[in-house]
Ligand binder design. Sequence first.
Ligand code: NAD
Length: 289
Amino acid sequence: MAELINGKKISEGILESIKKQCSDIVKKGLSRPKLVSVTLRGDRDTFLYARAQGKTAEVVGIDFALIEMDRETTTEELIKKITSLNEDPGVTGIFLQHPLPKEYDYDKIIDAVRPEKDVEGVHPYNLGKIFRRDAALLPCTPGAVMKILKEYKIDLFGKDVVIIGHSPIVGKPLSVMMLNETATTSVCHIGTSEKGDIKSYSSKADILIVAVGKPGMVKGDWVKEGVTVIDVGINNIDGKITGDVDFDTVSQKAALISPVPGGVGPVTVAILLRNIIRAYGIQNGEIKR
Ligand code: NAD
């Protein structure tokens, strides 16, 4: 039976350090860092997520504001809002809640966020910096996966890392981070599945990371004995949150596995808040952008 990754504990360690840094900022008489979350009114899941984000931010001493835009808001109006937040010196970080309905031009809106306020780490500038290995603001979920592997002292050099899922916010940036660690990195996706090849990749993995959005997709016979498995998936099935990995069968073979909930999720929120502190440092000239 696999050892369970304790995402909550890792997250608490990061949050403790952020709390200390916020308290040092206040002691210097400076204004607190502030996160502004922009969302469309009426989407219950994103509203609940934004509210939870805000609560955690406030616990560590980061100010939080939620801006709910009308459903009729256009891409241009969202960009206008982002531009005003860019220009507001009291705003440290901007988080655009997603997914946005498909009539919005998500890329165009993200391009409008100033890179030093892009605390989600998804602006092309910050994504590009990953290639040079000196990104200050990492995309939150890939950053969380790397933090978890570091905390559990998983050596990546020369290891077979297989990532299932190639989205721009998880799989793609994570693959570059893995290459930066000299892991032998394979990225699988819907094309791999449809060609019928996915098990030939997953069964070779020393470290398997799954970010697909299909509950229980990865079964015990997909993996080899002793694998490390990181389940990024979050699927809501009748109010119960489950991952993309069939925990019961995969945990019989894995040496280390992240549960859902309680694995990647809490660390992702902590990395977002760590990005706010970094963004604050960049804006005050203490950290290189
Ligand atoms: P996405 O929909 O943007 O991308 C899905 C990826 O899965 C694509 O690469 C697609 O090709 C691949 N895919 C789809 N069906 C497949 C199949 N049958 N076989 C192999 N690959 C397949 O998703 P995303 O935004 O990257 O999110 C993926 C999952 O991770 C979702 O469950 C999401 O909720 C979760 N997520 C969790 C966190 C977190 O903090 N834990 C953060 C972001 C996303």
